[in-house]
Design a protein around this ligand. Structure first.
Ligand code: UD1
Length: 421
């Protein structure tokens, strides 16, 4: 497995083109199976999770090509409705194929999805909503069997605004005879992107971005060309890196309005942030942050749980005390044990990380255990005195396109090493 070798303590300076959003392209790839034609997705990030989604589409009988951040999916030949455990286990977003495959074939067979270990990640909300749409679902020894004669549009109220469940309902019901109303829907920007993609295929969805989504069923969907939205978590990660290390960076192709909850914290902590035109964010930092007493994760538009690890890395070197509270996932502070090896003063009590900011961190050998926690270790390594080795980079590759190239382009001393054999 690859590792990153970082010699820290360098300011960051330069420009970055923000990658397309992982959490948008994955449900969009699942949705592409709903068109019996060809979909072209521009601004698709080259990530290992995108490769897994492509593998699932190919397994189902689609033709998938990836070149220069453009994916084309021709789903006219799709003829399978079973996704084997070996593919399901590779990522959490494999569950998005459930709604899409049911919609296309009126049946689906999957297993529990895999993905980063952030604590318990059940799919009960997905299952309950699909049952309300008339899908018969049986679970036997880890295999989930789903079938229906037809989708029965109805009003569904989610018990919690789950992102994945919201997307699954949109996918399962967009080809149907009638209107489905989804109440207490998740409001994340990636859901708006999925709505826009389905509508570009000829669907009739409205209300994404609010807590009530109306899905008017259509008879069929056609192929289209679509440009995936910018990745707000990658944006937040690069901003936090510069905030922590000091310097000045410009992010191009970014969406400022999607990450205001993160930039508000960085501005509070002493960074200067400006936006230019529609899609450029410039951050300047002296590399000396003030601690924000309380940062709490919440559903959108609150502070994103996926940016919790990188803001925690910032608070580890900020002046003063902060508490970072994780309200979405039950076990999302495992990476903190690795930050401690680098000199961070953090105590985890229940859902809170209690942090005493220290002036600096020191390099150490640390292990990425999941995607965003892994990114936090990279940021800590960029800030630290001396050499840091981050192992298990495959987790980081799930969500960041060539992270070492982005940071070396900004002046960091970071390189990737790959074990032979
Ligand atoms: C998506 C994102 C992920 C992000 C998360 C929260 C993608 C591919 N992934 O994940 O990066 O961290 O939103 O913003 O878009 N829950 C249940 N039962 C369910 C579904 C969810 O209890 O059936 C719980 C989860 O365990 C978790 C919370 O609800 O505690 C949020 O999960 P959800 O919004 O569904 O996140 P994902 O769609 O998995």
């Amino acid at each position: 497995m690859d590792r990153l070798i970082i010699n820290g303590k360098r300011c960051l300076k330069g420009e970055v083109k923000v990658q397309g959003a992982k959490n948008a392209v994955l449900p969009i790839l699942a949705a592409s199976i709903l068109s019996k034609g060809k979909c072209t997705l521009m601004n698709s990030p080259a990530l290992s999770d995108v490769s897994v989604a492509s593998d699932i589409l190919e397994f189902l009988g689609c033709d998938v090509q990836f070149s220069h951040n453009t994916v084309t999916v021709d789903s006219s030949g799709a003829d399978k409705y079973i996704i084997p455990a070996t593919l399901m286990e590779k990522m959490r977003s494999s569950v998005m194929f459930l709604g899409a495959v049911i919609s296309r074939f009126r049946k689906a067979v999957i297993t529990q999805p895999g993905g980063c270990d952030l604590g318990s990640r059940p799919i009960d909300i997905h299952i309950k909503a699909l049952r309300q749409l008339g899908v018969e679902i049986q679970e036997e020894q880890g295999i989930i069997l789903c079938f229906c004669d037809e989708i029965k549009p109805c009003k569904i109220t989610l018990d919690f605004p789950s992102v994945g469940a919201t997307e699954n309902v949109m996918l399962a019901s967009c080809i149907s005879k009638g209107t489905t109303v989804l109440v207490n829907a998740a409001r994340e920007p990636e859901i708006v992107d999925l709505q826009n993609f389905v509508n570009a295929m000829g669907g009739k969805i409205s209300g994404a971005g609010t807590n009530e989504i109306v899905i008017e069923g259509v008879k069929e969907l056609k192929g289209c060309t679509y440009c995936v939205m910018p990745d707000r978590i990658a944006t937040a990660t690069y901003l936090c890196a510069c905030a922590l290390c000091g310097g000045e960076i410009a992010l191009k192709g970014a969406a400022y309005e999607h990450i205001k909850s993160v930039t508000d914290v960085l501005i509070y902590s002493g960074c200067d942030i400006k936006t230019y035109g529609n899609d450029v964010i410039v951050l300047k930092s002296q590399g000396k942050l003030s601690a924000k007493p309380l940062i709490e994760t919440a559903v959108y538009p609150g502070f994103p749980t996926d940016a919790q690890p990188v803001i925690t890395a910032c608070m580890c070197c900020a002046e003063g005390k902060s508490v970072v509270r994780e309200n979405i996932f039950s076990d999302r502070f495992r990476y903190c044990s690795q930050l401690k090896k680098m000199g961070a003063d953090i105590n985890i009590v229940g859902t809170g990380a209690f942090i005493n900011g220290t002036e600096s961190l020191f390099g150490a050998d640390v292990e990425a255990m999941e995607l965003r926690g892994g990114a936090a270790l990279v940021l800590a390594g960029l800030k630290a005195e001396g050499k840091t080795t981050v192992t298990n980079v495959n987790y980081i590759d799930r969500g960041y396109e060539k992270i070492e190239k982005v940071f070396s382009g900004l002046g960091a001393d970071i390189r990737r090493e790959t074990d032979e054999g």
